[in-house]
Design a protein around this ligand. Sequence first.
Ligand code: SAM
Length: 243
Amino acid sequence: MSERFFVESPIQSNQAKLVAAEAHHALHVLRAKPGDPLTLFDGSGAEFSARIARTGRQEIDCDVLERREIDRELPGHITLAVALPKGDRQRFLVEKCVELGVAQLIPLVTTRGVAQPTDQALERLRRSVIEASKQCRRNRLMQVAQPLTAKELFTAPPQATQRAVAHPAGTSSLTAWLRQLPVDAHTQRALLCAIGPEGGFTDEELALAQAPTWSIVHLGARILRVETAAASIAATIAAAWQD
Ligand code: SAM
């Protein structure tokens, strides 16, 4: 067994503990036993080879053997502010954002939103981040930030981040917008994109996203679902950076 497991507390010694869902999966699905090797990560960017020292009924003690700094991050910081879709599509959204290297997801509260970012929903999103990170071998967790309203997001003072709203009537394409960003690598590599709900942003919300700090971009001639738009934006930016 060399499965990846997530450890909640930062691994800072040669001991680590699997608890809750991680321990349950190892004990009851994989039938883990003392001596089995495994790979641990704590979301801080490194991964650890380890061995099971002791199994309890609901937790597993591990001996940590080696810390390896393995960076699977993009060469920049993508934040997506997204009006959450309904039900299972939230899991799809998180899964694709994690796989594509998004650094931060901000759940967005919008006038036409169909799913509210309740504490329970945020907890589910964070659990999906861990599941997706285990699968795609990412060692740094995508952050699920506290929700913002569209008004808070669009009127927040600009930081060193370039910002775009995805809207089908955008006058410039996402790729054209990326091409015209300042060459300064510092500003170019911290991007924030906002994605609206199934019914789209209202005109009032869009009016708050004022130039020059916000640009309104389109993603092509077809209307994409929220989660497809998020994946498309992340993949386009990642491809531009990999060039
Ligand atoms: N009828 C809605 C509208 O006109 O905005 C469609 C909403 S779409 C299902 C959900 C969100 O995905 C949009 O608010 C937008 O942020 C993004 N989106 C979907 N397709 C897009 C496209 N072709 N160009 C830009 N953004 C798009």
